[in-house]
Write a protein that binds this ligand. Structure first.
Ligand code: AOF
Ligand code: ZN
Length: 338
């Protein structure tokens, strides 16, 4: 059996190649490295998106195409091998048929149908052991949250001034931050499944809600979702069919509809009514606040009254990150409840 350092090295490699897969889409990013007793790599593969072979199947095929035998080998995977037939067949069967002797996986599969792969393998006499790994967890964090909570992972995004205003008193809100912050936000859009705004934002700003990282429309365009009951006919968000009207006041219901459409990650870009409703209901997993060194002194803030009256009740983020973007700064904080 390969030693622990060989397993760790294979896992690090599996994380690296998993990251080549798409950030968006219904499936997680997964990598698999199959190693021999002495730790040498026999085959490796990663999942390229829903409908394509899973990482384990890709790794077995890679070994075969190089003429390498994986019988008796160790498969190291970033995610627990699946036990179900979804768009493709069960990885536990592919591993069994290939004659792999044992499996190490970093993240348990939280899916209703797909989970239980490790138990199946163990029953078949192929030890499948959980080896936690920070890199693999980071790669699947949003997807795991979405699967566990049966709703999209929600990123609340806004741009504000130093004094916390997201618009001026006259309602103007474009160009709060500079180019770098805006471009960063477009990169975030290009990696998610959907972007939501309230009807108020559509009426006030008529946003396109497209992903334009580097100024160019990316190949993947997230679904545009408009939450609320006011009329928005003729707005730019309805320019093609990649848009949905969520005619409800209930944020849980809005997220349930998106979950049914396999939206795993959602960016909510305003306005205060929609953002506040989501925060109030504990439905925000991550805040991306772009803060510009400007002062307005008047105008709405991103989040309205939450019914919090005292400092000890403030909602406090975890795993906080700061990123300078030109003259602006991006603060990322997580509010996941697990
Ligand atoms: C794995 N290896 O590389 C991936 C897994 O519709 P399907 O057939 O693509 O199945 C999707 C589900 O399979 C997905 O929700 C997740 O539970 C698991 N993804 N499993 O063993 C992989 N991508
Ligand atoms: Zn699978």
């Amino acid at each position: 059996m390969p030693d622990d350092s060989a397993i760790q090295a294979a896992l690090a490699r599996a994380v690296t190649i998993a990251a080549r897969g798409p950030e968006h889409g219904p499936n997680p990013r997964v990598g698999c490295v199959i190693i021999a007793e002495d730790g040498t790599t026999l085959g490796e593969g990663w999942h390229r998106g829903a409908g394509t072979p899973h990482a384990e199947v890709a790794a077995i095929a890679d070994a075969r195409s190089a003429g390498r035998d994986v019988r008796g080998a160790t498969a190291v995977v970033t995610l627990e091998p699946c036990a179900h037939t979804g768009r493709t067949g069960p990885c536990v069967d592919a591993l069994t048929q290939a004659g792999v002797a044992q499996v190490r996986y970093a993240v348990p599969d939280p899916g209703d149908a797909s989970s239980g792969g490790a138990a199946v393998l163990n029953e078949r006499g192929i030890p499948a052991v959980h080896v936690p790994d920070a890199g693999a967890s980071a790669l699947t964090r949003r997807w795991v949250t979405a699967m566990r909570l049966r709703r999209p992972y929600v990123i609340a995004k806004w741009a504000s001034t130093l004094d916390g205003r997201m618009a001026a008193a006259d309602g103007t809100s474009v160009w709060i931050t500079g180019d770098e912050a805006r471009d960063h936000a477009h990169h975030v859009r290009a990696g998610v499944d959907a972007i939501a705004v309230g009807t108020g934002t559509v009426r006030a700003d008529d946003p396109r809600l497209s992903a334009r990282p580097g100024g160019e429309e990316s190949a993947h365009q997230p679904l545009r979702a408009v939450i609320g009951q006011s009329e928005t006919t003729g707005a730019q968000v309805w320019r093609d069919a990649n848009a949905i009207a969520l005619r409800t006041r209930d944020p849980h219901e809005a997220l349930a509809i998106l979950h049914a459409r396999e939206v795993r990650t959602l960016v909510v870009e305003g306005g205060p009514t929609v953002l506040s409703a989501l925060v109030r209901e504990g439905l925000v997993d991550e805040v991306n606040a772009y803060i510009a060194p400007a002062l307005l002194g008047a105008g709405p803030s991103a989040i309205e009254d939450l019914g919090i009256g005292t400092m000890s009740s403030a909602l406090r983020g975890q795993d906080v990150n700061f990123q300078p973007l030109g003259a602006d700064i991006l603060v990322t904080a997580h509010f996941s409840r697990g």
